[in-house]
Ligand binder design. Structure first.
Ligand code: FDA
Length: 307
């Protein structure tokens, strides 16, 4: 087995330690979270989006937070999203929004999530923008797909995410194709057991290429979310071979990761969208970014000793 998953497990495991999360939460912005997080306020994030738009890059804004504990927190998060959608329209920005179903109450009550995410999608439709439901760990895959399915019956401006790491994803994409779903394909950021996910990175990569080609061939819109040059080349190749025009797919990357590649793809005439997260609840997002790449942990440690 490649060493990457082991390193990832180690970093994600350590990140659960309360002493470490307290220390990083206290100093993390200065230690490096700033590289991946656009700021703690909506205003800061909107300024980042405006900058990206100037460079010909679109955005999708994410108000960080997941697994809320009560309905009040879920409603508060939905209110933030409503304000976000209003501000995107008021400022004339080219940006979608991305949200996590567990942030809007999925774990508490699927009907609450349906009501709250539905409200955000409805407002986004009025304002002419689009809502992407991020995919969380595999314990939530089915509930998230069910939520999406219910919303997709009523709205066109809502999309979902599929993770190439999961064994079930090929079947899920077949069902999503029937709904005409707009899908973001990513590799998957969560630590999953081998029964549900491919443990080896090379199998995840092979599945990514297979799924991307299959979904493009279905004629549905695909967001190719990756920083991996091999996947990007595979997407370009598949689009050309299948005759998929450039308004039927886009590339997506995360804020702070490979910014030159983002600009290059935009300059080549591809639609490029950057995922821009902001907010005070950046810890779980930040640790997933560290876990993806051991060099990021070294970067954090270097900042620690530079204090
Ligand atoms: P891979 O991990 O193979 O990395 C390829 C190259 O990209 C690396 O060699 C490095 O150069 C660079 N790179 C990747 N990650 C880096 C990092 N953290 N820091 C610095 N460089 C890095 N996941 C999920 O489970 N649910 C979701 O909803 C989403 N949503 C999402 C949206 C968007 C727009 C993107 C780009 C990604 C996601 N993800 C996600 C995360 C995704 O599943 C995956 O964990 C990361 O994108 C890393 O995988 P890559 O495809 O980049 O390949």
């Amino acid at each position: 087995m490649a060493t990457v998953p082991r390193t990832r497990a180690l970093v994600l495991g350590l990140a659960q330690q309360p002493w470490l999360s307290r220390a990083i939460t206290r100093h993390g912005m200065r230690l490096g979270a700033r590289r991946f997080v656009a700021g703690e306020t909506l205003d800061e994030a909107l300024a980042v989006v405006a900058g990206l738009n100037k460079a010909g890059i679109e955005a999708t804004l994410d108000y960080l937070g997941e697994s809320v504990q009560d309905a009040g927190q879920a409603r508060a998060a939905a209110d933030v999203y409503l304000r976000m959608v209003d501000e995107i329209a008021r400022r004339g920005l080219a940006s979608h929004v991305s949200l996590k179903a567990s942030q809007l109450g999925l774990d508490l009550d699927p009907n609450l999530a349906l009501e709250l995410v539905g409200r955000v999608v409805e407002r986004a439709r009025e304002r002419g923008t689009f809502v992407r439901i991020d995919m969380e760990d595999s314990s939530r895959t089915q509930a998230t797909l069910d939520l999406f399915g219910a919303l997709r019956q009523r709205y066109e401006n809502v999309g979902i995410v599929i993770q190439a790491a999961l064994r079930r994803s090929e079947r899920d994409l077949e069902e999503l194709a029937k709904l005409g779903a707009n899908v973001r394909l990513c590799k998957g950021a969560y630590l999953e057991p081998p029964e549900v996910a491919f443990p080896r990175k090379k199998d995840v990569d092979a599945n990514y290429e297979k799924l991307l080609r299959g979904y493009m061939a279905s004629g549905n819109y695909l967001a190719v979310a990756t920083h991996d040059d091999r996947m990007i080349a595979a997407a370009k190749r598949a689009a050309q071979e299948l005759g998929v025009s450039r308004d039927r797919f886009e590339f997506q990357m995360l804020y702070g990761i490979r910014p030159q590649a983002q600009r290059r793809l935009a300059a080549e005439g591809y639609r490029m969208r950057v995922y821009v997260p902001y907010g005070t609840e950046w810890y779980p997002y930040f640790t997933r970014r560290l876990a993806e790449r051991p060099a990021n942990v070294l970067f954090l440690l270097a900042n620690l000793f530079r204090r």
